[in-house]
Design a protein around this ligand. Structure first.
Ligand code: FE2
Ligand code: FE2
Length: 149
């Protein structure tokens, strides 16, 4: 597996969990799913930054690509802020659903950009061998983070 498929697998998992929230019957179910989403997203974003984003930045001298990666980092921060916001609300409230909707929207937008523009750029900089190594690195880092969480 290469880093692109590895990251896509994580994205599909979170998308699936977010869809389950939308159809969840009660606050307790929503909360359980949300905690899983929060954990997945936090670990995904951190390990992605430290392996994949870093490798792309190391490989490029393009200001445009550096700018794109900076933008992606800002979106991670934005998603983190939405996670904190939803965490502070009651899962039974309309407010919770409203802000969860914002979080979901931000995640979908980020995922689309990442799998589109960023993957396309990364593929011009990273060799197939590097892409496979990065999948292993991200996997190992995630495991470490999960154990420490
Ligand atoms: Fe990602
Ligand atoms: Fe990302």
């Amino acid at each position: 597996m290469d880093i692109y498929n590895y990251i896509k697998k994580d994205h599909r998992k979170v998308e699936d969990l977010m869809e389950q929230v939308v159809i969840a019957a009660d606050g307790a179910t929503r909360l359980r799913l949300f905690n899983e989403i929060k954990n997945e997203l936090t670990i995904h974003a951190k390990s992605e930054e430290e392996t994949f984003y870093k490798a792309v930045l190391d490989a490029t001298r393009s200001k445009a690509v550096e700018h794109k990666m900076e933008h992606a980092n800002e979106e991670h921060d934005e998603i983190e802020a939405f996670l904190q916001k939803v965490s502070g609300l009651s899962a039974d409230s309309d407010q919770w659903l409203l802000h969860f909707g914002e979080l979901k929207h931000a995640v979908m937008h980020h995922v689309e950009e990442e799998e589109g523009e960023i993957f396309e750029k990364a593929k011009t900089y990273l060799s197939a061998d590097q892409a496979r190594k990065l999948a292993k690195e991200m996997g190992a880092l995630k495991k470490e983070m999960m154990a420490g969480a």
